[in-house]
Unconditional design. Structure first.
Length: 271
């Protein structure tokens, strides 16, 4: 799913910036992971391989006195440079719809990154990789409308994949630095976000996989508890070797009175 910053701040009030804590935390950092999961795997495209990902995300945030729905259509292109190294670029288009204000539409930050699988043990079926990413700034006007950050943001993630008899287990340790131009947003939110997550994926039948994804992360809202979490249930259907269709539902946990539900659906094509 797209990981473009979706924090909001303008005349609609600062409440938008801190109410969507799950969407801010989950949609920061890496662009698409292993669709539909938040947790990424160590898989790469191989030298000369290409991958295109399209996704639709719908997020509904609720907090006392605040409700908002956001829709995002995201695109990511990945190119295999070597068998172990991928480069990618991605962007998302948002529609943000507060309950008591007109909707806003616009593009978020362009994300540029790499995935490098630097360790692989064929005997134990364990692999480890790293995924650094930079998010290019948008205009101050678009930041004020809630589409991203007007300063360069960046992050990296350590990726671990262990193949098993039932499928695979993926784990991530990620850190992201969110940098706004607006000093009010910088003061209202924790700008260094950590995430520790794990996702077992089961090979159910030929072409079908089911997954759980769970993690703890930094809560961006400085007025709330420093840690929060999420749970996701997802499914992947592969009608052919080079095409995946995926869907998932994510809910926040340990986030006080704030409630966030994120529904995601996407397509991954390799060529």
């Amino acid at each position: 799913m797209q990981r473009v910053h979706a924090a909001q701040h303008n005349s609609r009030s600062m409440g938008v910036a801190v109410a969507g804590c799950l969407s801010i935390a989950l949609l920061s950092g890496s662009v698409y992971a292993y669709q539909p999961l938040v947790t990424d795997d160590t898989g790469t495209q191989g030298a000369g391989g290409n991958q295109v990902e399209l996704a639709y995300n719908r997020t509904r945030d609720k907090a006392p006195g605040f409700r908002e729905t956001s829709d995002e259509v995201g695109f990511v292109y990945t190119r295999g440079v070597t068998d172990e190294l991928d480069l990618y670029v991605g962007i998302g288009h948002f529609r943000i719809s507060p309950e008591d204000a007109p909707s806003e539409r616009g593009f978020g930050n362009v994300a540029v990154g790499a995935k490098w699988r630097f360790y692989e043990n064929e005997a134990s079926k364990l692999s480890v990789g790293v995924k650094p990413e930079v998010q290019l700034p948008i205009s101050e006007h678009r930041e004020s409308r809630g589409f991203g950050t007007a300063k360069v943001s960046y992050g990296t993630a350590l990726l671990v994949t262990q193949e098993t008899g039932f499928g695979a287990i993926h784990a991530n340790l990620a850190v992201d630095r969110v940098r706004y131009h607006d000093d009010a947003l910088n003061a209202a939110e924790r700008r260094t976000l950590f995430r520790l997550s794990v996702a077992p994926v089961w090979d159910v039948t030929e072409g079908w996989k089911l997954a759980l994804d769970a993690g703890v992360m930094t809560n961006p809202d400085r007025t709330a508890r420093a840690r929060m979490g999420y749970l996701e249930v997802g499914a992947i259907y592969s009608p052919s070797k080079n095409l995946d269709l995926a869907a998932g539902v994510v809910r926040n946990i340990m986030d006080g009175a704030a409630s966030t539900t994120l529904v995601t659906a996407g397509m991954t094509a390799r060529f």
